[in-house]
Design a protein around this ligand. Structure first.
Ligand code: 5AD
Ligand code: FES
Length: 347
């Protein structure tokens, strides 16, 4: 199996069958070998820097009904909120002081945020913080919308594909959501000039080694700047409440593989990883990740942006998370960078 890892390290790709064999023959020892290689590549490209992104969860209204997600439309128990333009700008102000140079506006698919409203917010953010990057994570929108937001200053866009297998996609989403739309949005965003991120949950209901292989092939095809991979964690008010969650072990293994497949990828150690294991994010960094996304949302809305159960950091102030993260990274020999943390190709 080590030969497969060596080849992934050298050529950045394997055949579908080889990905499958590698995934099916995971052992603790093999994982350790993979992580060593992944760290080597990560350090060659990004040294020991960890890029931070200030996450602003600006709306939990959503018109979609994804079966896994705690803020799905049908969850009548979710207490809905929207941040005002001023509230978003205050988050940025606090974040800038704390050393954030990337702000991520993440929310449900909320029609209240029309292109006009988004453009206004983006122009204000860019005018106040011209040295910062803005990432959007607000789902599927039209080409015109993506284009207008890009022209208003958005630099990056996160849109996880969730699964690259049609049948699996339809087990996770209602009829009106199509994998083909999702993929078209990702290619569109990339063509417009965004740095794009795709990704998927590990252990989502219906996922198999074969669907994961399809995910890896799709990631290779899209060649994104960022890849978001975290464990699926059941939410008690969703149809998947009784399903089992994804494991730390498989999530870390996939993160290591993605680092070798796309050596300069921006790879976050996600909050979900930190939720299933107290030092999950540190383990993610040691498996090849180079990004963390501490929460910058106002404290009073945090507990309302619950995509899954037991989410960490919901009671902490932005500054607490920022310094907690710094301690965590320093404890494993890494350092938080006060910079936009652009993809290597743009630095
Ligand atoms: N567990 C883990 N991740 C989830 N997401 C949504 N619901 C869950 C859940 N129950 C992820 C999705 C989405 C991202 C914003 O959060 O992959 O793209
Ligand atoms: Fe939020 Fe540690 S990162 S409390």
């Amino acid at each position: 199996m080590k030969e497969l890892i060596d080849r992934l390290y050298q050529t950045h790709s394997l055949s579908p069958e080889e990905y499958k064999v590698l995934l099916e023959n995971r052992t603790t020892e093999l994982a350790e070998y993979l992580f060593e290689k992944a760290r080597e590549v990560r350090i060659k490209n990004y040294d020991h820097d960890v890029y931070i992104r200030g996450l602003i969860e600006f709306t939990n209204y959503c018109k979609n009904d994804c079966y896994y997600c705690g803020i799905r439309k049908s969850n009548k128990k979710a207490e809905r909120y929207r941040l005002t333009e001023d509230e978003i700008l205050s988050c940025c102000e606090a974040g800038y002081e704390l050393g954030f140079r990337t702000f991520v506006l993440q929310g449900g698919e909320d029609p209240y945020y029309t292109d006009e409203r988004m453009v206004k917010i983006l122009l204000r953010m860019k005018a106040s913080y011209p040295d910062c990057a803005i990432t959007l994570s607000m789902g599927e929108r039209s080409h015109e919308s993506y284009q207008a937001m890009f022209e208003a200053g958005a630099d990056r866009y996160l849109l996880r594909h969730e699964t690259a297998n049609e049948e699996h996609y339809s087990k996770l989403h209602p009829e009106n959501m199509r994998l083909s739309n999702r993929k078209a949005c990702l290619f569109d965003l990339k063509n417009i000039g965004y740095q794009v991120g795709c990704g998927f949950m590990v252990g989502s209901p219906g996922q198999t080694v074969d669907t994961i292989v399809e995910d890896l092939l799709f990631i290779k095809e899209l060649a994104p700047h960022m890849v978001g991979i975290g464990p699926f964690i059941p939410h008690h008010d969703t149809p998947f409440r009784d399903c089992t969650g994804g494991t730390l072990e498989l999530t870390l293994f996939l993160l290591g593989m993605v680092r070798l497949m796309i050596p300069d990828v921006l790879l976050p150690a996600t909050t979900a990883l930190g939720t299933i294991d107290p030092t999950g994010r540190e383990k993610g960094i040691k498996a090849g990740c180079n990004v963390v996304m501490p929460n910058l949302s106002p404290t009073d809305v945090r507990s309302k942006y619950m995509l899954y159960d037991n989410k960490i950091c919901t009671g902490d102030e932005a500054a607490e998370c920022r310094f907690c993260m710094q301690r965590r990274m320093e404890s494993i020999g890494y350092e938080i960078a006060v910079s936009r943390g652009d993809h290597l190709s743009m630095q």
